[in-house]
Design a protein around this ligand. Structure first.
Ligand code: FAD
Ligand code: NAI
Length: 461
């Protein structure tokens, strides 16, 4: 069997790449080692986590907010089995969607681990598939901590934390990153006492510092507790209750923290096991990622790589855009990804969303900037809905007014960040946002007001 394009891995980077390739007339196949298509994102990542975030948020709202709006309901009862089925139905629906799209686009599929055996040759399930172009889209795996074994029952990664069949009385989260805060929120809402241990002296490294500070206060108000500047060095699993040793990050006396479940969420690492990269001569970088040039080409001609397995943010939409770009390049078109305008969203309540530079990054790069900020306490829709936590912050170039970064803490921040991303994609200014008519009453008016605020002329503040 011979193809123009063979994609190894069917996560968001791989399946999107295959579809775009097929659209452009390339004879395309996909190889996937797991039972279902869709990769981490659809099976054990974005999709199931958002289902549980949605359901647990409504559970919390029903318990705490309905009465104030005049909706009388008895105290909601958790049926975790049903909530997990709700999640699984959502996953199945999405996974089936990929199956359908492969068929619709006449993409051949091979189940099994793909191993590159030579230029243009991949072995899968004892067969050799030939390809003019190979795209590696094998994704990432959980980072493990030395000496702490993940059994996915009591000491879990995100995968186990998405599948618990009982709400833990005490959940200890290691790592105040995206997974720790999203899944920590799920289990706190469902009744767990959640403590987060973070190595650094702040949560969400890489996010704007002011955003992270305010967001930590919001999470603390919700009941989550934080131990910053600390690390978990061991988990004793012998007893009925887990005993975690928590040490100051700089070293020193350890204390014991008891928990029913420990969630290890300290990042993810590129996954290249079984691919045969060494034999194929494909170079990796110092962090184990497949090395690529600006056209996603590895050091071996005809072998490309995209998604979590290469440099850059480990985000589904970043992988998808790379999938489209590489397919277009292979088909002789001008594929491109603008890495300066990739949004980042944390789907907690409220949501946190950002695109572009943080204040810390601008200061470090010595770029003079202006700041426009608008709190949701002054937004009509947020006020009437009583969802006033958070703010919008727009950073624009001091001289040209070009938008350099936008940071939002607030309900629906993940949807609102898109207008900022489009503005950045078009090299727009804060003035462009300020002069754009925004519908009233919407939360998005806070984005317009923050843009007006860049020039100190916000109306409602
Ligand atoms: P993957 O999705 O990891 O897919 C790689 C695929 O390749 C897998 O199916 C794997 O089985 C297959 N594979 C690997 N090796 C081989 C081989 N040799 N042969 C055949 N097949 C192979 N990102 C967001 O943008 N938004 C979110 O809300 C979000 N939530 C997340 C929540 C969690 C709990 C986690 C863990 C991640 C989340 N992410 C989120 C990150 C997102 O899942 C990843 O960025 C995305 O899945 C990366 O896509 P990918 O296609 O590069 O790799
Ligand atoms: P992360 O990189 O976001 O956060 C890991 C955290 O663990 C960091 O704050 C880090 O300082 C801390 N840490 C590292 N070692 C530690 C130790 N020994 N003890 C205590 N803390 C330690 O990684 P996370 O949360 O595991 O997520 C992995 C990736 O998945 C993310 O980078 C993100 O790209 C993706 N993701 C995206 C989501 C989204 O877009 N909403 C949701 C979930 C995951």
């Amino acid at each position: 069997m011979s193809y123009d394009l063979v994609v190894i891995g069917s996560g968001p980077a791989g399946y999107v790449c295959a579809i775009r390739g097929a659209q452009l007339g390339l004879k395309t196949a996909v190889i996937e080692k797991d039972k279902t298509f869709g990769g981490t994102c659809l099976n054990v990542g974005c999709i199931p986590s958002k289902a549980l975030l949605h359901a647990s948020h409504l559970f919390e709202e029903a318990a705490h907010d309905f009465a104030g709006m005049g909706i009388g309901v008895s105290k909601p009862k958790l049926d975790l089995k049903q909530m997990q089925s709700f999640k699984q139905e959502g996953v199945d629906g999405n996974v089936k969607g990929v199956d359908f799209l492969f068929k619709k686009n006449k993409i051949d599929t091979f189940k099994g681990t793909g191993k590159i055996t030579g230029p243009g040759k991949i072995e899968v399930g004892g067969k050799i598939v030939e390809a003019k172009n190979i795209v590696i889209a094998t994704g990432s795996d959980v980072t493990r901590l030395k000496g702490i074994e993940i059994d996915e029952k009591r000491v879990v990664s995100s995968t186990g934390a998405l599948a618990l069949d009982k709400v833990p009385a005490k959940l200890l989260v290691v790592g105040a990153g995206v997974i720790g805060l999203e899944l920590g929120s799920v289990w706190r809402r469902l009744g767990a006492e959640v403590q987060v241990v973070e190595f650094l002296d702040r949560i969400l490294p890489g996010m704007d510092g002011e955003v992270a500070k305010q967001f930590q206060r919001i999470l603390e108000k919700q009941g989550m507790t934080f131990k910053l500047g600390s690390k978990v060095t061991a988990v004793d699993t012998k007893g009925k209750t887990l005993k975690a040793s928590v040490e100051p990050a700089a070293g020193g006396k350890a204390e014991t923290v008891e928990a029913d479940v420990v969630l290890v969420a300290v990042g993810r690492v590129p996954f290249t096991q079984g691919l045969g990269l060494k034999e194929a001569g494909v170079e990796l970088d110092e962090r184990g990622r497949v090395k690529i040039d600006d056209h996603f080409q590895t050091n071996v001609k005809g072998i490309f790589a995209i998604g979590d397995v290469v440099r850059g943010a480990m985000l589904a939409h970043k992988g998808e855009d790379e999938g489209i770009a590489v397919a277009e390049l292979i088909a002789g078109k001008a594929g491109h990804v603008n890495y300066d305008a990739i949004p980042n969203v944390i789907y907690t309540y409220p949501e946190v969303a950002s695109v572009g530079k943080t204040e810390e990054e601008l200061k470090q790069a010595n770029i003079a900037y202006k700041v426009g900020k608008f709190p949701f306490t002054a937004n009509g829709r947020a006020k009437v809905n009583k969802t006033t936590e958070g703010f919008v912050k727009i950073l624009s170039d001091d001289k040209t007014d070009k938008v350099l970064g936008v940071h939002i803490v607030g309900p629906d921040a993940g949807t609102m960040i898109t207008e900022a991303t489009i503005t950045m994609e078009f090299s727009g200014s804060a003035e462009d946002i300020a002069r754009t008519c925004h519908p009233h009453p919407t939360l998005s008016e806070a984005v317009k007001e923050a843009a007006l605020g860049v020039d100190k002329r916000a109306i409602h503040m």
